[in-house]
Design a protein around this ligand. Structure first.
Ligand code: 2DT
Ligand code: MG
Length: 206
């Protein structure tokens, strides 16, 4: 049986990741695939509740502790993610360890330290980086009260994403129309679905 593909969308806030992730899941489903959306942080778990309290500013935590919780929130999901992929279900994932490192390093933590807790995690088969100037994404509105939703921090996060960028990432111009971006993502996702079908799952992030 062919395995599912792990497709990741990364980027700063308000670049359209969640919209595109949902559209991609719907499209793949229409095309006859089994595909599900997975979002990190997953705020529904015990660890996720702590993360949510931190992001909503109900609770303060030091930078290292919250960093490790975000990573633990991925590790607690890893068996479920692997089971879906093994059973042939494609995963469209909205944020992952690259967000983890970019946001924590943007606050001043050492980049190499930030990468360590996610070492060995399941590796995406295809990563899209939705990119646009921060000034333009701020104009989209919707920046709320959550921690991190500030221009200065987002600018540093973007620089860090570009530093973490791997050679096989697909950098997508997030200022294009929703439909243009959707077509690009669908095409690349279909190619990846074909190529990984008979491959082993990839562990060993970074
Ligand atoms: P959303 O706005 O996408 O719900 O994210 N973040 C996310 C981290 O700092 N570390 C992580 O590991 C992850 C996955 C990015 C909420 C915020 O959480 C940040 C924005
Ligand atoms: Mg947000």
């Amino acid at each position: 049986m062919s395995r599912g593909a792990f497709i990741l969308l990364e980027g700063c806030d308000r670049t359209g990741k969640s919209t595109q992730a949902q559209m991609l899941v719907d499209r793949l489903t229409q095309l006859g695939h089994r595909a599900i959306l997975w979002k990190f942080p997953d705020r529904t778990t015990g660890i996720g509740h702590m993360i949510n309290g931190y992001l909503a500013k109900h609770q303060d935590l030091n930078d290292q502790a919250i960093h490790l919780l975000f990573s633990a929130n991925r590790w607690e999901a890893v068996e479920q993610l692997a089971n879906h992929l093994r059973s042939g279900t494609h995963l469209v994932v909205d944020r992952y360890a690259y967000s983890g490192v970019a946001f924590s390093a943007a606050k001043g933590l050492d980049l190499e330290w930030c990468k360590q807790p996610d070492v060995g995690l399941l590796k995406p088969d295809l990563t899209f980086f939705l990119d646009m100037p921060i000034q333009a994404s701020m104009q989209r509105g919707g920046f709320g009260e959550e921690r991190y939703e500030k221009e200065e921090l987002q600018t540093r996060v973007r620089d860090l994403f570009l530093k973490l960028r791997e050679p096989d990432w697909k950098v997508v111009d997030a200022t294009e129309t929703i439909d243009q971006i959707h077509e690009k993502l669908t095409k690349a996702a279909q190619e990846t679905i074909q190529t990984v079908a008979s491959r082993e799952l990839q562990y060993g992030l970074w």
